[in-house]
Design a protein. Sequence first.
Length: 273
Amino acid sequence: MLDSKIENELKEKSKNIRKNIVEMVYSAKSGHPGGSLSVADILTALYFSEMNIDLNNFKNENRDRLVLSKGHCSPALYATLAEKGFFPKEDLKTFRKIDSYLQGHPDMKKIPGVDMTSGSLGQGLSVANGMAIAGKLDKKDFRVYVVLGDGEIEEGQIWEAAMTSSHYKLDNLCVVVDNNNLQIDGKIEEVMSPYPIDKKFESFGFNTIVIDGHNFEDILNAFKEAKKTKGKPTAIIAKTIKGKGISYMEGNVSWHGKAPNEDEYKMAIEELH
């Protein structure tokens, strides 16, 4: 049973992160709010409870790594990193501005706390494999987390990479699929169905766990199970809601990649208070 104090702290963090996601996309007049809001609780759990990271030495070679493979949902990562203290929250308002270091996709060379530049969908698991294999070769005990979109797993490279994860028995690797069931063109099963996602990863040699991606107890228990699993990688299929936390965005595919207008912005911030 998750301690209620810890759960409330995580809920408060995720609410702040959601507010900042909305602020960023509204300020930039562009971005991807839907998938950023759906993954916010997962990133909150990772950065405020699960991952071994050091703000004072964020390049520590023993740190846990995160690859946000669905890099267009950078507002979620930036808001989380700012909430954690990697850089000032005021900088979030420069998101996507021409001279800002916070561009539409994460850049590991410019942004403190970003472990991998990402954005071209389908590549993140391959990169995470490389990190996990390097950890094994160097006899390090860090863990590698990679967040995939459920539309993204329609990419063939994901499944080539999944074979690699399993072949090399990467039990220091944890895949999280943000399964909000919507991509830019509609429902994923109507575009190019990857279902059943858990059985597919299982058939590739993964330990698989299906959870409520907005329930912190579920999320943290899944990470615990992943740590205990030896000899194979773990894939967590997190059932989420696109646009989570904002009533008019929830489950609405039109919010995949557009910014709210002034009235919509005010309504969203009010709902998140």
